[in-house]
Design a protein around this ligand. Structure first.
Ligand SMILES: Cc1cc2nc3c(=O)[nH]c(=O)nc-3n(C[C@H](O)[C@H](O)[C@H](O)COP(=O)(O)OP(=O)(O)OC[C@H]3O[C@@H](n4cnc5c(N)ncnc54)[C@H](O)[C@@H]3O)c2cc1C
Length: 96
């Protein structure tokens, strides 16, 4: 009999857990409080830890196919002054 998991919440953690557990042979059910599945914002910036997690799940190549790398990233304080800058980009030839 397959092991069964009930996952509370369909955010990134819940969805990633469901994918990982299914790959390990578990049967998963996700329950989500929100009934309105709409994108919020314009995108999501993924840095090294989530990229490594997606790689572990076997989703990195698909991500690279659909994602857009950013040439640089400025993180600013509330007054607009840059507090840090990242020039690093990730691509299929340069994984996280
Ligand atoms: C405006 C904004 C921009 C962001 N931008 C980025 C970004 O660019 N890059 C990045 O890495 N991170 C970003 N984050 C952070 C990122 O959204 C969170 O780190 C991530 O969503 C956490 O995932 P999670 O699955 O742990 O929790 P959540 O995304 O909060 O998911 C939890 C889910 O559980 C559901 N839930 C809660 N209680 C129950 C219940 N009792 N029963 C059923 N369902 C329930 C909720 O409705 C929710 O859908 C941003 C966050 C915000 C607010």
């Amino acid at each position: 009999m397959r092991k069964r998991a009930l996952i509370i919440g369909g955010g990134p953690a819940g969805l990633a857990s469901a994918i990982g557990l299914r790959q390990a042979g578990w049967q998963c059910e996700i329950v989500e409080l929100t009934t309105d599945w709409r994108p919020t914002g314009v995108g999501i910036a993924l840095q090294s830890p989530p990229l490594r997690a997606l790689k572990t799940l076997g989703l990195f190549d698909e991500l690279i196919r659909i994602a857009r790398p950013h040439p640089k990233l400025d993180i600013c304080a509330a007054d607009g002054r840059p507090s840090s800058r990242s020039a690093r980009t990730v691509s299929a030839s340069r994984p996280a």
